[in-house]
Design a protein around this ligand. Sequence first.
Ligand code: ZN
Ligand code: ZN
Length: 785
Amino acid sequence: MSRRAVAVRIEGIVQGVGFRPFVYGLATRLGLAGLVGNDERGVFIEVEGGSAPVEEFLAALTGDPPPLAVIERITTGPAPVTGRRTFAIAPSSAGGDRHALVSPDVATCDACLRDLTDPADRRCGYAFTNCTGCGPRFTIVRDVPYDRANTTMAGFRMCADCAGEYHDPGDRRFHAQPVCCPACGPSLRFHGPGGSGAAGDPLEPAVRLLREGGVLAVKGLGGYHLAALAADEPAVAALRSRKHREDKPFAVMAGDVAAARRLCVVDPAEERLLTGPARPVVLLRRLPDASVAPSVAPSVAPGNRWLGVLLPYTPLHHLLLRALGQPIVLTSGNVSDEPIAYRDEDALERLGGIADAFLTHDRPIHIRTDDSVVRVFRGRDLPIRRSRGYVPHPLPLARAARRPVLACGAELKHTFCLAKDDRAFVSHHIGDLENYETLRSFTEGVDHFRRLFDITPEVVAHDLHPDYLSTKWALDQDADLVGVQHHHAHIASCLADNGVAGPVAGVAFDGLGYGSDGTLWGGEFLVADLAGFERAGHLAPVPMPGGATAIRQPWRMAAAYLDLAYDGDVPEDLDVVRRNAGQWAAVVALARRGVNAPLTSSMGRLFDAVAAVAGVRDAITYEGQAAVEFEQLADPAVDDAYPCGLVSAGTRFAVPGVELVRAVAGDLRAGVPREVVAARFHNAVARVVADGCILVRKACGLSTVALSGGVFQNLLLLGRAVTLLEERGFTVLTHHRVPPNDGGVSLGQAAVAAAMAANSPIKGVRRELSQARHTWFGGMSETGT
Ligand SMILES: [Zn+2]
Ligand SMILES: [Zn+2]
């Protein structure tokens, strides 16, 4: 029989995910000889044997790889036949694995779950059980190459049994860097009111405390969480008041999918997300009868039709949930909006006033990583926060970064992004970049990513907002600077998310972003590709009376809009006027004078205004709250919409938001139910999206639309807009890998900087993408309405 030899190279996430044992097992099963090893580019294989088994081997490589492997590229070529008879795992060359990709953290796999519950297994009940298919990764990696000495497991010396598994190519723990067992690995501890419970299983007092209505701090993968029984109203209310978190919903951890189904509707796409290796918080529709036991206390997600649910993702969570037999609130371990605590001493100090006890352990967390949050839109992921379980998985760039790029992100929901060649590494969620603590998280994170991925940025991309800490930091860097307009970055992030380069009609609706003209934008129609944009249309600007105060007090936006809508003669029978009568005149005067009342074209502020007029709320306690609640108010059965004709203004068009506010106020005064009003408004904004895109298509022939910006987290609006656009023949791009909100901005900045550098060498030149420099939209004045 003729022998054949083939050399194979596999690139992607193929290290630390059990790829070599998989190859070893496959080759030995097929009776093939050769070797497999890791090097700086991924996995290399030489395989030889009969033609048929070699073919079978190659097919299985791509057809059935280990579940966590992500094969980006596979190349095969002939190799010399050597006549060897065995298959071996080649030792890694020193420093050879240096640039292999670090995997995100992975939820406990089924095999480890069986070990955890098998009384005969030496890891039965052990809270740190893991294997090459699961366990901590990104959160424990200190440096590359990814091996144990460079993780926070370095301090735990493997016992003989674990070492045996670690070195056995046939074992599923072969080269699993965090491998450990009760004899050699980390251990749980309980710190209660009476000090540390020394004797017995630390889980027992923790479970008892929760059952008795206490608040428990639990050390997780990327930080500390605070837990309380989800059904226990006094416990959840206590957690809320101690955390100083007024209304923002808490997430709930349910034991399994069946438990999640007792609280919420779970469709197949949502089930896939809930049970997948990333284990994000999934926003699910609550069952109308969720008041039936086991219930969720009213304080968990007050007045919310949605509930954030996640399933256990570490052995500790599994053990805790099994012992409790009911869902728990599991929220980030912090006070108010501070970053989540992840270092033990800091957690004890900061959470001491919130938690009644601590369930902790001695495996350090190297990098703070929050839970990810995802919604499902039409069967596909719509990320709201991309962090644990996804980071640092690279995203492909449609236009490669010829020179390495650091994109500094925006401010709220901050992330940064490092890009090199065709890969973009978007960071974990840093938080709102508004103080020293988060700024330090950002700069330390940048240093860490630079080391992990061996990227030395030559180009630094940043927002145009001069007051963002990320901008200020960027301007201090010794690199070529690229200022990227905020909404261009949003559209570019949507393009990058979809692997395309444009041009498109980009609709960027969000809270606020610094415009090229120095005003605050946020209701933008752009003609954009990765390298540039032109502003095609926008919401007509209105004053924000009191500046940032108007963000926290949506009724101020209502005052500004109503004053314009009724030409200074606002009907006094409107509830919003009555409720705020004391300050109404002063705020209107502020708006009219234009002092401390910056102009904005923000769609988020229009939602705020309308929500306040409709009586949803006059003041908010978290970003976007009024709009979130307004969305939930809307009756989805209502199909009609308020009219809103787009107005041509020179070569651009404007969206008269004032007309919508007038229509809303008119309906409310006529006694139309608020649920109908909210729906008509959403439908009107969806029509505005479609009408604006039709104008852009008329002017420059673009029939692909990209929808981005935080406003498109609103599923009612997103769904209606996508339907209208598709009915009109548009191809619609939405977000699936990074959030539409500002968490995705850093990817957009990186994509823009990469595309600009690809177009023209910009070394030594500082440029701002502030001016329209394309001619796509030149014909607007003739063709606009
Ligand atoms: Zn496992
Ligand atoms: Zn051990």
